[in-house]
Design a protein around this ligand. Sequence first.
Ligand code: URA
Length: 277
Amino acid sequence: MDLPIASHLDPRAVESLLAFWADAGVEASYADDPIDRLAEGAALLRARKEPPAPVAVAPVATPAFGRGPDLGTAVAEAQVLAAACADLPALAAAIAAFDGCPLKTQGARQAVVSRGPADAPLMIIGEAPGADEDLQGAPFVGRAGQLLDRMLKAAGVLDRAFVTNTVFWRPPGNRTPTPQEQAVCAPFLERAIQLVRPKILLLVGGASAKSMLKREEGILSLRGRWFEWTSSDGQTELPALPTLHPAFLLRQPAAKKKAWADMLMLSERLDRPERPN
Ligand code: URA
């Protein structure tokens, strides 16, 4: 593939190149010189063709979860801390003070917890804070968040939405949060659900839908279908609708039609009168 090259003498070409990379999701540079991953891949393929020399294989250690406690210990600690929170401000403070999620020490500026009414009937769960959220300390406030808000507003549900994420710290380079990082944040997220008591969950993006519903399918197959989210103690069940991530919609505007269909399903169910028990 020919990559675009801008002359350093032409500021407009440089600006256009930076915009090209930003649109492709590249927003930080970690080295002065580019690394040709295609060449690396070719070298690997060549090496694979050569017969491997016999080597003594040492047992491979499971990669450590982080520098702190192991995953089980961190989850158990999160459960105890989350259970002790009587309201959302206490929960936000407990999350900010919690050291068990490795994302906290991987460049995040602050914990990003939630925005929206504390008694909202709709809870929106995204994947992870990005750069703008990390700066401002609130979820979905960047370009993707603004698009999400426009869709929620058009569907008439924006002011009834409590917004949060599966993890509370920005993953480095905006990578997808790992299932382990999501698992250690899950007790806090679940406590938020208990405290807000929404009627419906909107799961935004594949990483949110897969983690909340414990499913393996991709978001294109999950979206637009109602699922039942069940709390870890099995006591609470809520209707949950996976939908496309607004960052994906910014890159693939043709998919907005599907997202809009999801918004209509959502607002219809939110407005549906509850049947008496
Ligand atoms: N993407 C998400 O999934 N969550 C945010 O808060 C921002 C962008």
